[in-house]
Design a protein around this ligand. Structure first.
Ligand SMILES: C[S@@+](CC[C@H](N)C(=O)[O-])C[C@H]1O[C@@H](n2cnc3c(N)ncnc32)[C@H](O)[C@@H]1O
Length: 196
């Protein structure tokens, strides 16, 4: 964990190229149209905490977790200034043991950063520790339509179907998107629901 967190820390100290200082529009749309109405949420790999900040401002009990201490420090510095009730954990999503389940889990760019072995156990992690039955998992990933430029893992919809829907999740929707931080890369927005 130490080496892994150091490389993320370094990016946050210099400039994280993925950083966008607003919540993703698919999340805003889902909330505005009351497609989802969470009371308790967690953002996995929350970075500087823009999703957490957005949800906390709506009165949702919003949590964020990130392996990078620098990212968490930067999130806290900004959010404390705005005196919003958001909760942050510096830690590895595979090690954190929340006391209660969440009804919304968001993941923008964390899943696609994980090696294959961790991506394979991610659905059981979400089910055993994070998401309640009937809860929503919203993910943003770089897609396999993107040329391989040495960036994050490129995720296919067949991987999502294989990893998630053959087990405890229903694929409610997915949409091709442009990754907002960079303009060019193709990504997917994926909406999964825990069914059992
Ligand atoms: C591509 S960045 C995206 C950050 C943020 N979601 C955003 O959109 O700005 C991926 C994030 O996942 C975090 N991360 C990677 N592996 C993690 C793990 N095992 N546990 C917790 N956070 C992790 C990194 O520190 C980094 O902040």
């Amino acid at each position: 964990m130490f080496l892994n967190s150091l490389s993320w820390d370094l990016a946050y100290l210099i400039w994280p190229p993925w950083n966008v200082s607003r919540p993703p529009k698919e999340l805003v749309e889902a909330i505005n149209r009351a497609i989802i109405f969470p009371e308790r949420s967690i953002d996995l790999g929350c970075g500087r905490g823009y999703i957490v900040e957005y949800l906390a401002k709506l009165g949702i009990e919003a949590w964020g977790i990130d392996i990078s201490a620098i990212a968490i420090r930067q999130a806290l510095a900004r959010i404390n200034k705005n005196s919003i009730n958001a909760k942050f954990v510096r830690g590895d999503i595979f090690e954190f043991k929340p006391r209660e389940y969440y009804d919304l889990v968001t993941d923008k760019g964390c899943y696609h950063s994980l090696p294959l072995i961790k991506r394979l156990i991610y659905p059981s992690l979400i089910r055993s520790r994070y998401l309640k039955v009937g809860g929503d998992l919203l993910m943003w990933v770089i897609s396999d339509e993107e040329p391989d430029w040495g960036g994050p893992n490129r995720i296919s919809i067949s991987e999502i179907k294989r990893n998630f829907t053959e087990r405890w999740f229903k694929l409610k929707a997915f949409k091709r998107i442009r990754w907002d931080a960079f303009k060019s890369p193709y990504g997917y927005f994926i909406w999964l629901k825990r069914s059992e």
